[in-house]
Structure formats: structure tokens, C-alpha cells
Design a protein around this ligand. Structure first.
Ligand code: DO4
Ligand code: MG
Length: 295
């Protein structure tokens, strides 16, 4: 499922993309309408969509020609932390100035029953594929965090998967964990897309391959790979903690934590291009820009 701006009308359209990359526009503006309809009819979302598109003609433009939007306007984006060994090691490095033998609260949260969950973004702060992410002006150590995103109904059911970038400041978080919201949330610090892969189409969500590439001046600077099989928690366990005594707005996205961290000496610079690819979902591409100071 994608959303894009129709050139002629400049209005958003919702569409289904087939395995052959054919695009079929859908008669509603929000995929949640179809999810709700499927629930009421006790049918599968994917069957409803296949029914809608079976007698239609594909959209004339190719995926590359479209101005993509986030596949859903997530009212809130939440994120999980320290759900992979790799993330635990990176946080320990930040928090201990590289003294990796120390035991920290990151070690504790990795093994605790309660996972780390935090509010990452709101729809106003979240940007679409191919739009610029902003670097924070008061940080000198910033990295992308490639993450699998769970797309949720208001009941907290996972109806799809997307790709998310939890852009983060390692120095701010490393200085003091109480600074976490500032290390994570600012204007344009989160991107989502390019698509939602429906849960109905996924055999095993612990088999997603995640690849992150960072380019500077067109040159590949970093490439990292991982799989959701390395996740230290279950996806439904993470969702259950988000739902606990909470309101989940329909279309909320829960990012499931990073499994790829660039080398400790790496920081993002103005103009770097980040690609995050998740098998079967697509590649989320964004360039990072230094924010222009507001007068
Ligand atoms: O502990 C802080 C945040 C961790 C995080 O964002 C991650 O593990 O992805
Ligand atoms: Mg993260």
C-alpha cells in the first residue's frame, strides 16, 4: 500500500502495488477504511483489495515517477529501544565513554520483562520518502536507525509493516539518558515508507532482511545488514506494552528498535543519503540536511 500526490489534482491518492510493481489506485484515502471494512466482513484485507483492483486498469506512471507520501499519516510514532544486541552494545558505548565492560541500565532493560518504549514522533514531525530529514543543530554525533515499523489499528492489531528511520543523537543520549526525548524528537527526525506490506501477505515477520546504506557525495560510506530474526522480543509483546493503559490512535506506527549501527566514529553530515531496505516492503530513501537557523 502506498500514498502519492496525483500530478493533475495535487491531491493524495491511496494505491495498492502488486508483486509485479503494477499500481492500482483505491477508492478510499486511508487504508484503515479497508482494514475496518475487512474486519466487519470477517474477510482478509488482501482479499478485499484484490477484489477492488481485479477489474481496474493499472495506473500509468511507474513507482519511480510518483511523488510518494508516507503510506499512512501516523498520528503518533512510538519506538522500542534496546531490542537487539547491537543496539545494547552501541548504547553502552555511548553511556560509558567506550568502557564496554561496565554493566548499565541498557543491559538491564535488554533482559527486563518490560521493554523500553518511547514516543518518537507525531504526524507533523514525520516525513515521507525522498524528503529531507533534518539534523539537530546541537548534536555532533547523529546516526540513522533503520527499523521495522508495525502499523496498528486502534485495537493495537498489526495490519501491516513499514520501514522507519529513528534518526538519533548519540551524544545527547550518552550524556544523560534523561535527555532521551531531545535525542530522539525534533522536526523532521523521523521518516516512514515507502509502503505498507499487509500482514496478510507476510508468512513470518521474523524473516525480514534489513539493509542500511549511507552515501556521501554519491560514494557508499557504510552498509550494514541484519534480520528481524535477531530481535530479542516478540512483536506482539512490544505491542502489548504500548497498549497497556494507553490510547492507541488508529494508524499508530510502532518502530521495533534498531539492529544496525554505523561504526562509533561515524556521524551524519549535511547531504548524506540514507537508504533503508526491508525485504518485501521496499527502500526508504532520505537525504539529511543541516537545519537553517530560524531568525
Ligand atoms: O535507549 C534508547 C533508544 C534505543 C533505540 O532507539 C533503539 O534501540 O533503536
Ligand atoms: Mg531506535
Amino acid at each position: 500500500i502506498i500514498r502519492f500526490i496525483q500530478k493533475e489534482t495535487q491531491k493524495p491518492l491511496l494505491a495498492a502495488v502488486t508483486d509485479q510493481n503494477e499500481i492500482y489506485t483505491l477508492p478510499v484515502s486511508n487504508v484503515l477504511d479497508i482494514v475496518e471494512h475487512a474486519k466487519q466482513n470477517k474477510s482478509k484485507v488482501i482479499d478485499l483489495i484484490n477484489n477492488i483492483i481485479k477489474d481496474s486498469l493499472p495506473y500509468p506512471d511507474s513507482l519511480e515517477e510518483l511523488e510518494l507520501l508516507t503510506p499512512i499519516e501516523a498520528p503518533e510514532v512510538w519506538a522500542c529501544g534496546v531490542t537487539y544486541q547491537k543496539s545494547k552494545e552501541a548504547r553502552n558505548y555511548e553511556a560509558t565513554n567506550g568502557k564496554l565492560d561496565a554493566t548499565t541500565f541498557y543491559d538491564k532493560v535488554y533482559d527486563a520483562e518490560r521493554p523500553e518504549l518511547f514516543l518518537k514522533s507525531t504526524k507533523e514531525r514525520t516525513i515521507a520518502p525522498n524528503k529531507d530529514l533534518y539534523l539537530r543543530s546541537d548534536s555532533n554525533w547523529q546516526i540513522p536507525e533503520p527499523e521495522l515499523g508495525l502499523v496498528l489499528t486502534g485495537d493495537g492489531e498489526i495490519f501491516g509493516y513499514t520501514v522507519g528511520n529513528d534518526l538519533s543523537c548519540r551524544d545527547i543520549e550518552g550524556e544523560n539518558p534523561l535527555y532521551l526525548p531531545q535525542a530522539k524528537i525534533w522536526a523532521r527526525s523521523c521518516s516512514l515508507g515507502p509502503a505498507i506490506l499487509l500482514t496478510d501477505a507476510v508468512e513470518d515477520p521474523y524473516k525480514f532482511e534489513i539493509i542500511c546504506r549511507i552515501y556521501r557525495d554519491e560514494e557508499l560510506l557504510f552498509e550494514g545488514r541484519a534480520t528481524t530474526g535477531q530481535l530479542h522480543r516478540r512483536l506482539d509483546e512490544l505491542v502489548s506494552f504500548l497498549k497497556r493503559d494507553n490510547i492507541v490512535f488508529p494508524g499508530t506506527v510502532l518502530l521495533t528498535g534498531t539492529c544496525i549501527v554505523p561504526p562509533n566514529e561515524f556521524t551524519l553530515a549535511d547531504g548524506d543519503k540514507i537508504e533503508i531496505e526491508i525485504s518485501g516492503i521496499g527502500t526508504l530513501v532520505n537525504v539529511v540536511k543541516t537545519q537553517v537557523a530560524k531568525v
